[in-house]
Unconditional design. Sequence first.
Length: 90
Amino acid sequence: MALSFGSIFSKKNLNLVVGLITLLIVLWLVMFAVPGLFVSLFDTFLGNLILFLFILLALMYDLNLGAGLAIVVIVLYRFSHMAARQGFII
């Protein structure tokens, strides 16, 4: 099964692609505007608990949505700790 440009942006997948691009833009805007929010989410026990419960609720609603959110949170978690170790986040 080969992926082509036309199959990715077909009418069936258009809402998914637009939603993904919108999610990435919103995450970038929030990270740019309020970087302390992500630091407090990933560095405190309460923030980690909120993220875990959010993923758990998403998993209960839809397995694919929960798995996708878990992957996004893991990537953001790793990125936040990598940036904090290198001194980028003050």
